[in-house]
Design a protein. Sequence first.
Lengths: 237, 412
Amino acid sequence: MALISAKQITKTYRVGEVDIQALRGVSFEIEPASFVSFIGPSGSGKTTLLNLIGCLDKPTEGTLTVADTDVAALDRRASAEFRGKNIGFIFQDFNLLPVLTVYENIEYPLLMVQKVAPVERQKRVTALLAAVGMADQRDKKPDQISGGQKQRVAVARALVTNPKLVLADEPTANLDHDTAYMVLNLMKKMRDEFNTTFIFSTHDPKIVGEAETIFTLEDGKLNEDKGKGGNGHGKSL
Amino acid sequence: MGNLFKIAIRNLLRYKRRTLLTASLITVGVVFVLAFVSISGSFKNMMIGQITDSMLGHLQVHRKGFVASIETLPLNLNLKNGAIDRLEKILDAQPEIEAYSPRVKFGGMFSNFTETSSIRLTAIVPEREFKTVPLLPGRVTEGSKDLKPGGILIPELLARGMKVKPGDAAVIVATNADGSVNGKQFIVTGVMESATGPGGRDGYIHLDDARELLRMEGRQVSEYAVRLKDFGKLAAFGEKLDGLLARESNQQGKPIFELHIWEKLSPFFNIARMIDVMTFFIRLMLIAIVLISIMNVMIMAVYERIREIGTIAAIGTLPGKILNMFVIEGFCMGVVGALIGDLVGIALVYILNALELTYNFGQQQGLILQAGVSPADVLMISATVIVVSVIASLQPAFKASRMEPIQALRHT
């Protein structure tokens, strides 16, 4: 059963007096534990699509089901709860909270979103710190670590709630070549370990090369290619 | 909740200078209000103390209708034998009463044998009067404070104007209840200052002399001055006693007595009220300072952290928690400002008292300022600051909690 199912999704923004159609009847399915990339030029609708999948926005038309939930029907609070339970986010600019340490940033979703018990919290955060190779940096603030380290922390934060799905918007855009590969490998490792689906929106050929399924967006319409992984855990409809 | 406080405090410390400035502003406001409350409260308490403890008593009981005609000091509205017994029985039964004193008030003419002037006289039983208004002897500036039958305490105004001094003889001429005139010679025992400023024409004689001068038959009393053990319970006791007195009626079924607490008998109550009004407006200023400064800081905090708000909203933080996060920041700033303000304000009160500053009130010269601030005042001011801080944070916090994560994340 598909983790994500999109049928004839359209998204129209109104800018001033003009309607701009960011997505035009997009349909696709993504299976659990996929490594999927949405690519396309700027303005093609990648980020819009990620926002819809991430319950940060609602489609104008069509149905979008994520983890058996019609996300378009969720209200503001229910959306937040759904995101907290099912979705992890990795941002291009890392978006770590500057007042929290590395450890606390990773712990934040368990503490403030899911209310996980202290012992379990510590266990999960410590395990992920080790998994992303940041155990020795746990007490540093984000401004004391490098961009690559920040993104590793962001990956750990996205995974700490054991989400079904991680959405990453241009996750390697601000990283150098080696660091980008390291973060990509880390995400693949995490996918293998936790069975989490990773969906990227990217221009980065490194990510495109590593993705198992690639959806190409052009002018709000979708095409599908098999990626490097080749097992096709997603398909356009 | 503890984690929300941790994040809020760290965010406040992130902008140290701004937080310090805002907390300082609140501190200055709290110190200013505490200083004003303590000084004005000290002045007000002293004033009320002077009025009640040297002249009026905490409350007074009269025959119904006496106070309405008090300008003429009507002798025909005095309480008489039966009413006096009934009233004293009620007063004796009240454990809240420390002392009470019967008085006869009347007007007369004061003569030093060469000049004559009007005088208002209060006839008292000195031992009981001094227990009821203990500051009265302190108003005697010349001569003896002890008032015996045949003696008279005269006001400074008459003593100066008519060149009368302690030991001199003088005559009081007064009209009694029947309208006939009688006179009696007195020895000036002492000269006393007025409790309410220059121009007072009030003198004191012994109650026995008043009976003789006014040819009273049986016992008569114009008013009972009452002193309570606890002035703070005046309002409650006044209501209680009023209820008890209301049950006492004459043969026509009309009430015999009327009760007035000092506020209804002295124009100085209006000054006390003015002080209260000024204090109220000073508190309003504090509220305005806190409201504007906290709101300003919180609006800036929300604006500067829009992307952070978008991030935490995206990863599932509920709107209510985001709202709490910012409200707690305002709360913490209010608490810090109030606490430091309380400490500095209390220290300032101690310093003011240590300096022994003096001031004048009425005829009283060189009164030492005894600034004092009650724990209730400190708590009330602190609570006001903290509540206003929370209220001031609500709008920015609400705005933060209602932000759309997408738009917040796009913010640069």
